[in-house]
Design a protein around this ligand. Structure first.
Ligand code: MG
Length: 389
Protein backbone atom coordinates (compact mmCIF):
# COMPACT_ATOMS: atom_id res chain seq x y z
CA UNK A 1 0.00 0.00 0.00
CA UNK A 2 1.46 3.32 -1.10
CA UNK A 3 0.75 7.03 -1.35
CA UNK A 4 1.43 7.64 -5.02
CA UNK A 5 0.80 11.36 -5.29
CA UNK A 6 0.09 14.36 -3.11
CA UNK A 7 -1.57 17.57 -4.29
CA UNK A 8 -2.86 20.84 -2.90
CA UNK A 9 -5.29 23.54 -3.93
CA UNK A 10 -5.55 27.01 -2.38
CA UNK A 11 -9.24 27.84 -1.97
CA UNK A 12 -10.50 31.34 -1.09
CA UNK A 13 -13.03 31.72 1.72
CA UNK A 14 -16.31 33.32 0.75
CA UNK A 15 -17.92 35.94 3.01
CA UNK A 16 -16.73 39.42 3.91
CA UNK A 17 -17.09 39.22 7.70
CA UNK A 18 -14.73 40.57 10.34
CA UNK A 19 -13.99 40.20 14.04
CA UNK A 20 -12.26 42.65 16.37
CA UNK A 21 -8.87 42.01 14.80
CA UNK A 22 -9.06 40.59 11.28
CA UNK A 23 -11.19 40.62 8.15
CA UNK A 24 -11.68 37.19 6.61
CA UNK A 25 -12.26 38.61 3.13
CA UNK A 26 -8.88 37.55 1.74
CA UNK A 27 -8.38 34.39 3.79
CA UNK A 28 -7.60 31.13 2.00
CA UNK A 29 -7.45 27.45 2.96
CA UNK A 30 -5.10 24.73 1.70
CA UNK A 31 -6.96 21.63 0.57
CA UNK A 32 -4.67 18.59 0.35
CA UNK A 33 -5.23 15.26 -1.46
CA UNK A 34 -3.28 12.08 -0.74
CA UNK A 35 -3.73 9.72 -3.67
CA UNK A 36 -3.23 6.04 -2.77
CA UNK A 37 -2.62 3.01 -4.94
CA UNK A 38 -5.72 1.36 -3.45
CA UNK A 39 -8.89 1.26 -5.54
CA UNK A 40 -12.58 1.13 -4.69
CA UNK A 41 -15.23 0.86 -7.43
CA UNK A 42 -12.47 1.17 -10.01
CA UNK A 43 -11.17 4.50 -8.69
CA UNK A 44 -8.13 5.32 -6.54
CA UNK A 45 -8.91 5.98 -2.88
CA UNK A 46 -7.99 9.60 -2.06
CA UNK A 47 -7.74 11.16 1.39
CA UNK A 48 -8.61 14.85 1.72
CA UNK A 49 -7.66 17.25 4.50
CA UNK A 50 -7.49 20.99 5.06
CA UNK A 51 -6.00 23.38 7.59
CA UNK A 52 -9.19 24.61 9.26
CA UNK A 53 -10.47 28.18 8.98
CA UNK A 54 -9.27 31.64 9.95
CA UNK A 55 -5.73 31.76 8.64
CA UNK A 56 -4.17 31.35 5.19
CA UNK A 57 -3.29 28.58 2.75
CA UNK A 58 0.31 27.29 2.85
CA UNK A 59 1.01 26.15 -0.67
CA UNK A 60 4.67 27.22 -0.49
CA UNK A 61 5.40 25.21 2.66
CA UNK A 62 3.48 22.23 1.31
CA UNK A 63 5.13 22.15 -2.10
CA UNK A 64 8.66 23.19 -1.18
CA UNK A 65 9.07 21.27 2.09
CA UNK A 66 6.36 18.83 3.14
CA UNK A 67 5.37 17.07 -0.10
CA UNK A 68 8.96 16.25 -1.22
CA UNK A 69 9.72 14.78 2.24
CA UNK A 70 6.56 12.66 2.18
CA UNK A 71 7.32 11.27 -1.27
CA UNK A 72 10.96 10.63 -0.34
CA UNK A 73 10.08 8.64 2.81
CA UNK A 74 10.38 4.85 2.80
CA UNK A 75 6.80 3.83 1.91
CA UNK A 76 6.77 1.00 4.45
CA UNK A 77 7.64 3.46 7.24
CA UNK A 78 4.32 5.25 6.60
CA UNK A 79 2.14 2.17 7.14
CA UNK A 80 0.21 1.53 10.33
CA UNK A 81 1.12 -1.63 12.22
CA UNK A 82 -1.36 -4.44 11.67
CA UNK A 83 -2.25 -3.34 8.13
CA UNK A 84 -4.70 -0.67 9.27
CA UNK A 85 -3.96 1.81 6.51
CA UNK A 86 -1.37 4.56 6.97
CA UNK A 87 0.21 5.78 10.20
CA UNK A 88 -0.79 9.42 10.68
CA UNK A 89 1.94 9.98 13.29
CA UNK A 90 4.57 8.56 10.94
CA UNK A 91 3.35 10.75 8.08
CA UNK A 92 3.43 13.84 10.31
CA UNK A 93 6.96 12.94 11.46
CA UNK A 94 8.11 12.38 7.86
CA UNK A 95 6.91 15.78 6.65
CA UNK A 96 8.51 17.44 9.72
CA UNK A 97 11.99 16.06 8.96
CA UNK A 98 14.70 18.70 9.57
CA UNK A 99 12.21 21.20 11.06
CA UNK A 100 13.28 22.79 14.35
CA UNK A 101 10.89 22.53 17.32
CA UNK A 102 8.84 25.54 18.44
CA UNK A 103 7.90 28.69 16.54
CA UNK A 104 5.07 26.83 14.85
CA UNK A 105 3.50 29.48 12.62
CA UNK A 106 1.91 28.44 9.34
CA UNK A 107 3.87 25.18 9.32
CA UNK A 108 1.49 23.77 11.95
CA UNK A 109 -1.49 24.22 9.61
CA UNK A 110 0.34 22.85 6.59
CA UNK A 111 1.34 19.68 8.45
CA UNK A 112 -2.23 19.39 9.75
CA UNK A 113 -3.72 19.45 6.25
CA UNK A 114 -1.52 16.48 5.30
CA UNK A 115 -2.03 14.62 8.59
CA UNK A 116 -5.82 15.03 8.49
CA UNK A 117 -5.89 13.69 4.93
CA UNK A 118 -4.36 10.46 6.32
CA UNK A 119 -7.38 10.02 8.64
CA UNK A 120 -9.78 10.56 5.75
CA UNK A 121 -7.84 8.07 3.65
CA UNK A 122 -7.72 5.44 6.43
CA UNK A 123 -11.44 5.78 7.13
CA UNK A 124 -12.26 5.40 3.43
CA UNK A 125 -10.03 2.33 3.20
CA UNK A 126 -11.94 0.88 6.17
CA UNK A 127 -15.29 1.99 4.66
CA UNK A 128 -16.33 3.87 7.80
CA UNK A 129 -16.85 7.43 9.04
CA UNK A 130 -13.63 9.03 10.31
CA UNK A 131 -15.00 9.39 13.85
CA UNK A 132 -14.98 5.59 14.12
CA UNK A 133 -11.36 5.35 12.91
CA UNK A 134 -10.37 8.09 15.37
CA UNK A 135 -12.19 6.48 18.30
CA UNK A 136 -10.58 3.10 17.63
CA UNK A 137 -7.07 4.56 17.26
CA UNK A 138 -7.42 6.35 20.62
CA UNK A 139 -8.82 3.29 22.38
CA UNK A 140 -12.35 4.62 22.78
CA UNK A 141 -15.23 2.22 22.47
CA UNK A 142 -17.50 4.04 20.02
CA UNK A 143 -17.93 7.54 18.64
CA UNK A 144 -20.89 9.66 19.65
CA UNK A 145 -23.77 9.65 17.15
CA UNK A 146 -24.36 13.35 17.69
CA UNK A 147 -22.56 16.16 19.49
CA UNK A 148 -23.45 19.49 21.07
CA UNK A 149 -23.04 22.36 18.62
CA UNK A 150 -23.27 26.14 18.86
CA UNK A 151 -23.58 28.73 16.13
CA UNK A 152 -20.56 31.00 15.98
CA UNK A 153 -21.06 34.28 14.20
CA UNK A 154 -22.18 37.66 15.42
CA UNK A 155 -19.56 39.44 13.40
CA UNK A 156 -19.38 43.18 12.83
CA UNK A 157 -21.16 44.36 9.71
CA UNK A 158 -20.37 47.66 8.02
CA UNK A 159 -23.99 48.95 8.39
CA UNK A 160 -26.74 48.36 10.98
CA UNK A 161 -24.41 46.02 12.83
CA UNK A 162 -26.47 45.48 16.00
CA UNK A 163 -29.81 45.04 14.15
CA UNK A 164 -28.24 42.61 11.71
CA UNK A 165 -26.74 40.69 14.62
CA UNK A 166 -30.21 39.95 15.99
CA UNK A 167 -31.43 38.86 12.55
CA UNK A 168 -28.39 36.65 12.12
CA UNK A 169 -28.93 34.84 15.44
CA UNK A 170 -32.67 34.44 14.83
CA UNK A 171 -31.74 32.72 11.57
CA UNK A 172 -29.50 30.28 13.47
CA UNK A 173 -32.22 29.57 16.03
CA UNK A 174 -34.63 28.76 13.20
CA UNK A 175 -32.08 26.21 11.96
CA UNK A 176 -31.98 24.30 15.25
CA UNK A 177 -29.17 26.01 17.15
CA UNK A 178 -29.75 26.76 20.83
CA UNK A 179 -26.38 28.28 21.77
CA UNK A 180 -24.54 31.14 20.10
CA UNK A 181 -21.28 33.05 20.09
CA UNK A 182 -20.78 36.65 19.06
CA UNK A 183 -17.76 38.90 18.61
CA UNK A 184 -16.86 41.67 21.02
CA UNK A 185 -14.01 44.17 21.13
CA UNK A 186 -14.57 45.63 17.67
CA UNK A 187 -16.72 48.47 19.05
CA UNK A 188 -16.74 50.57 22.25
CA UNK A 189 -17.87 48.73 25.40
CA UNK A 190 -21.33 50.37 25.49
CA UNK A 191 -21.99 49.30 21.88
CA UNK A 192 -20.81 45.78 22.66
CA UNK A 193 -23.15 45.62 25.66
CA UNK A 194 -26.02 46.62 23.32
CA UNK A 195 -24.92 43.80 21.02
CA UNK A 196 -24.98 41.35 23.94
CA UNK A 197 -28.50 42.54 24.89
CA UNK A 198 -29.63 42.03 21.27
CA UNK A 199 -28.09 38.55 21.26
CA UNK A 200 -29.71 37.67 24.59
CA UNK A 201 -33.11 38.53 23.10
CA UNK A 202 -32.55 35.47 20.90
CA UNK A 203 -30.43 33.25 23.20
CA UNK A 204 -32.81 33.80 26.12
CA UNK A 205 -30.19 33.27 28.80
CA UNK A 206 -26.51 34.07 29.32
CA UNK A 207 -25.73 30.38 29.59
CA UNK A 208 -26.56 30.08 25.86
CA UNK A 209 -24.34 32.96 24.74
CA UNK A 210 -20.55 33.19 24.52
CA UNK A 211 -18.50 36.24 23.53
CA UNK A 212 -15.17 36.29 21.69
CA UNK A 213 -12.69 39.20 21.78
CA UNK A 214 -10.20 37.46 19.46
CA UNK A 215 -7.21 38.47 21.57
CA UNK A 216 -7.89 42.16 21.11
CA UNK A 217 -7.54 43.58 24.63
CA UNK A 218 -4.66 44.71 26.78
CA UNK A 219 -4.94 43.78 30.44
CA UNK A 220 -6.84 46.92 31.51
CA UNK A 221 -9.41 46.56 28.73
CA UNK A 222 -9.76 42.83 29.35
CA UNK A 223 -10.45 43.46 33.04
CA UNK A 224 -12.89 46.28 32.25
CA UNK A 225 -14.85 43.95 29.95
CA UNK A 226 -14.65 41.14 32.52
CA UNK A 227 -16.26 43.40 35.10
CA UNK A 228 -18.99 44.50 32.67
CA UNK A 229 -19.69 40.94 31.52
CA UNK A 230 -19.79 39.39 34.98
CA UNK A 231 -23.51 39.98 35.60
CA UNK A 232 -24.65 38.33 32.35
CA UNK A 233 -23.67 34.79 33.40
CA UNK A 234 -22.34 34.15 29.89
CA UNK A 235 -21.35 30.73 28.59
CA UNK A 236 -17.77 31.93 28.23
CA UNK A 237 -15.49 34.95 27.62
CA UNK A 238 -13.12 34.00 24.79
CA UNK A 239 -9.55 35.15 24.13
CA UNK A 240 -9.63 38.40 26.09
CA UNK A 241 -5.96 39.12 25.31
CA UNK A 242 -3.10 37.95 23.15
CA UNK A 243 -3.30 34.13 23.04
CA UNK A 244 0.34 33.83 24.18
CA UNK A 245 -0.01 36.31 27.05
CA UNK A 246 -0.56 33.70 29.75
CA UNK A 247 -0.09 36.26 32.49
CA UNK A 248 -3.01 38.33 31.19
CA UNK A 249 -5.15 35.20 30.87
CA UNK A 250 -4.31 34.25 34.44
CA UNK A 251 -5.30 37.64 35.78
CA UNK A 252 -8.69 37.42 34.00
CA UNK A 253 -9.28 33.87 35.25
CA UNK A 254 -8.47 35.08 38.77
CA UNK A 255 -11.08 37.84 38.77
CA UNK A 256 -13.79 36.71 36.33
CA UNK A 257 -16.09 34.13 37.91
CA UNK A 258 -17.49 32.79 34.61
CA UNK A 259 -15.67 30.54 32.17
CA UNK A 260 -12.75 31.84 30.14
CA UNK A 261 -12.08 30.20 26.76
CA UNK A 262 -8.83 30.12 24.81
CA UNK A 263 -6.52 27.82 22.85
CA UNK A 264 -7.38 28.22 19.16
CA UNK A 265 -4.05 29.97 18.59
CA UNK A 266 -1.95 27.41 20.48
CA UNK A 267 -0.47 24.89 18.09
CA UNK A 268 1.30 22.18 20.08
CA UNK A 269 1.31 20.06 23.22
CA UNK A 270 4.14 22.26 24.54
CA UNK A 271 1.93 25.34 24.07
CA UNK A 272 -0.93 23.59 25.86
CA UNK A 273 1.42 22.67 28.72
CA UNK A 274 2.45 26.30 29.09
CA UNK A 275 -1.19 27.38 29.12
CA UNK A 276 -2.12 25.03 31.94
CA UNK A 277 1.07 25.84 33.87
CA UNK A 278 0.93 29.62 33.56
CA UNK A 279 -2.44 30.70 32.12
CA UNK A 280 -4.59 30.17 35.20
CA UNK A 281 -7.11 27.98 33.37
CA UNK A 282 -9.47 26.25 35.80
CA UNK A 283 -10.23 22.50 35.60
CA UNK A 284 -13.96 21.88 35.53
CA UNK A 285 -14.82 25.41 34.39
CA UNK A 286 -12.82 26.95 31.54
CA UNK A 287 -13.00 26.03 27.87
CA UNK A 288 -10.10 24.82 25.69
CA UNK A 289 -10.36 25.44 21.95
CA UNK A 290 -7.25 23.99 20.34
CA UNK A 291 -7.98 23.07 16.72
CA UNK A 292 -6.31 20.01 15.13
CA UNK A 293 -6.40 21.69 11.71
CA UNK A 294 -4.23 24.54 12.94
CA UNK A 295 -1.95 22.44 15.13
CA UNK A 296 -0.29 19.57 13.25
CA UNK A 297 -3.40 17.38 13.09
CA UNK A 298 -5.08 14.78 15.27
CA UNK A 299 -1.84 13.10 16.42
CA UNK A 300 -0.65 16.32 18.11
CA UNK A 301 -4.20 17.06 19.29
CA UNK A 302 -4.14 13.70 21.12
CA UNK A 303 -0.92 14.78 22.84
CA UNK A 304 -2.55 18.05 23.87
CA UNK A 305 -5.50 16.14 25.33
CA UNK A 306 -3.09 14.04 27.40
CA UNK A 307 -1.43 17.21 28.73
CA UNK A 308 -4.81 18.65 29.68
CA UNK A 309 -6.12 15.48 31.30
CA UNK A 310 -2.94 15.04 33.31
CA UNK A 311 -3.44 18.59 34.60
CA UNK A 312 -6.94 17.72 35.81
CA UNK A 313 -9.03 19.03 32.91
CA UNK A 314 -11.89 16.97 31.50
CA UNK A 315 -12.17 16.40 27.75
CA UNK A 316 -15.73 17.74 27.98
CA UNK A 317 -14.06 21.14 28.48
CA UNK A 318 -12.56 20.87 24.98
CA UNK A 319 -14.55 22.50 22.18
CA UNK A 320 -12.22 22.83 19.19
CA UNK A 321 -12.27 25.99 17.12
CA UNK A 322 -13.29 25.55 13.47
CA UNK A 323 -16.91 24.66 12.70
CA UNK A 324 -16.55 22.09 9.94
CA UNK A 325 -16.91 18.40 9.15
CA UNK A 326 -13.38 17.42 10.14
CA UNK A 327 -13.74 18.73 13.68
CA UNK A 328 -17.22 17.23 13.96
CA UNK A 329 -15.61 13.81 13.49
CA UNK A 330 -12.80 14.69 15.92
CA UNK A 331 -15.28 15.76 18.61
CA UNK A 332 -17.45 12.66 18.12
CA UNK A 333 -14.48 10.28 17.94
CA UNK A 334 -12.65 11.65 20.98
CA UNK A 335 -15.76 12.36 23.09
CA UNK A 336 -15.07 16.09 23.44
CA UNK A 337 -17.49 18.70 24.78
CA UNK A 338 -18.88 19.92 21.48
CA UNK A 339 -18.10 21.86 18.36
CA UNK A 340 -18.92 25.12 16.71
CA UNK A 341 -20.58 25.87 13.40
CA UNK A 342 -20.39 28.94 11.21
CA UNK A 343 -23.72 28.70 9.44
CA UNK A 344 -23.66 30.54 6.17
CA UNK A 345 -20.10 31.91 6.36
CA UNK A 346 -16.60 30.64 5.62
CA UNK A 347 -17.81 28.64 2.62
CA UNK A 348 -16.94 26.26 1.10
CA UNK A 349 -15.39 24.81 4.30
CA UNK A 350 -17.62 26.11 7.11
CA UNK A 351 -20.60 24.13 8.35
CA UNK A 352 -21.75 20.60 7.71
CA UNK A 353 -23.28 18.46 4.98
CA UNK A 354 -27.02 17.98 4.35
CA UNK A 355 -26.79 14.57 6.08
CA UNK A 356 -25.97 16.34 9.38
CA UNK A 357 -29.23 17.15 11.14
CA UNK A 358 -29.13 20.09 13.54
CA UNK A 359 -31.82 19.88 16.14
CA UNK A 360 -32.12 20.80 19.80
CA UNK A 361 -28.59 22.22 19.85
CA UNK A 362 -27.00 19.00 18.62
CA UNK A 363 -25.64 17.93 15.24
CA UNK A 364 -25.65 14.34 13.98
CA UNK A 365 -22.44 12.84 12.64
CA UNK A 366 -22.84 11.57 9.06
CA UNK A 367 -22.17 7.93 8.22
CA UNK A 368 -20.38 8.70 4.93
CA UNK A 369 -16.87 7.18 4.69
CA UNK A 370 -14.03 9.44 5.81
CA UNK A 371 -14.85 12.98 6.87
CA UNK A 372 -17.67 13.01 4.31
CA UNK A 373 -16.30 16.15 2.66
CA UNK A 374 -17.55 14.88 -0.72
CA UNK A 375 -21.12 15.18 0.60
CA UNK A 376 -20.81 18.91 1.22
CA UNK A 377 -22.15 20.53 -1.97
CA UNK A 378 -20.09 23.73 -1.64
CA UNK A 379 -16.86 21.77 -1.24
CA UNK A 380 -17.43 18.90 -3.69
CA UNK A 381 -16.36 20.82 -6.84
CA UNK A 382 -12.96 21.61 -5.28
CA UNK A 383 -12.46 17.97 -4.28
CA UNK A 384 -13.35 16.91 -7.82
CA UNK A 385 -10.78 19.31 -9.22
CA UNK A 386 -8.06 18.17 -6.87
CA UNK A 387 -8.90 14.49 -7.18
CA UNK A 388 -9.05 14.35 -10.99
CA UNK A 389 -6.93 11.53 -12.34
MG1 MG B 1 -12.32 32.57 18.70
Amino acid sequence: MRITEVRDLTVPLVGGVANAVVSFADHTVSLVALVSDQRRQGRPVIGFGFNSIGRFGQSGILRERLFPRLLAADPDSLLAPGGEGFDAAAVAAAVMRNEKPGGHGDRAGAVAAVELAVWDLNAKLAGEPACRTIARRFGRRAPHADVAVYAAGGYYYPDDSTARLGDELRGYAARGFEAFKIKIGGAPLDVDLDRIDAALDVAGDGSALAVDANGRFDEDQALRYAEALEGYGLRWYEEPGDPLDFDLNRSIAKTYRGAVATGENLFSAADARNLVRYGGMRPGLDVLQMDPGLSYGITEYGRMLSVLEQAGFHRGQCLPHGGHLINLHVVAGLGLGGCEAYPGVFQPFGGYSPACRIDGGRVTVPEDPGFGLEQKPELAPFLDRLGET
